[in-house]
Design a protein around this ligand. Structure first.
Ligand SMILES: [Zn+2]
Length: 183
């Protein structure tokens, strides 16, 4: 049975303690997300209901700005779980319509990736708004995989190369501190 472990990454299940408040997690949380694109916040709250159509993974503002939600994965080299951010990117009107039309189509995975500008602040990565991305369709039921293609950006470097578990924990710690200080 020992051989079996060679074919799998090791699973770490150490409890995780938030450095700001001491809150204990069974394991370090490695998946984060936002419910809407950053652009949403630029619309005055009293106008949002009228101007914004927001679904779980799609958002349209003023019938002319289109956004969709995707999954940005950063490989964690020495850990079973990767670091995941569910993020929003812009998408052209034409591609938005294509996505909606292909929503239930199993062959949508054959479609070429959609270009977009990142619309989510990814913590610990400086300014990530409006950097270049592509979104690749996944099987029906899954949101697209987001790939950062902005040359020279640390987020692209880390997505291309992966990061260590220790580095992932530094990022997680920063996110939790921000969250816990807001509450
Ligand atoms: Zn905390």
């Amino acid at each position: 049975m020992k051989l079996f472990s060679l074919f799998r990454k090791k699973t770490k299940t150490f409890p995780y303690k938030c450095s700001c408040c001491g809150k204990i997690y069974d394991t370090a949380p490695l998946c984060f997300g936002t419910d809407f694109p950053d652009y949403y916040l630029s619309i005055p709250p009293q106008e949002r209901e009228q101007r914004i159509e927001l679904q779980q993974s799609l958002c349209v503002v003023d019938k002319e700005q289109f956004f969709h939600r995707g999954r940005l994965t950063i490989s964690v080299i020495n850990n079973a779980e990767n670091l995941i951010f569910d993020v929003w990117t812009s998408i052209s009107k034409k591609n938005f319509e294509t996505r909606v039309n292909l929503w239930e189509d199993p062959l949508r995975t054959d479609h070429e990736p959609y270009f977009g500008w990142l619309q989510t602040i990814v913590p610990a990565y400086g300014n990530t708004l409006n950097i270049k991305t592509i979104a690749t369709e996944q099987s029906v039921g899954l949101i697209p995989e987001i790939r950062i293609i902005e040359e020279g950006h640390q987020l692209k470097v880390d997505q291309d190369n992966g990061i260590t578990y220790e580095r992932a924990l530094e990022i997680v710690d920063k996110i939790l501190q921000d969250q816990h200080q807001k509450n």
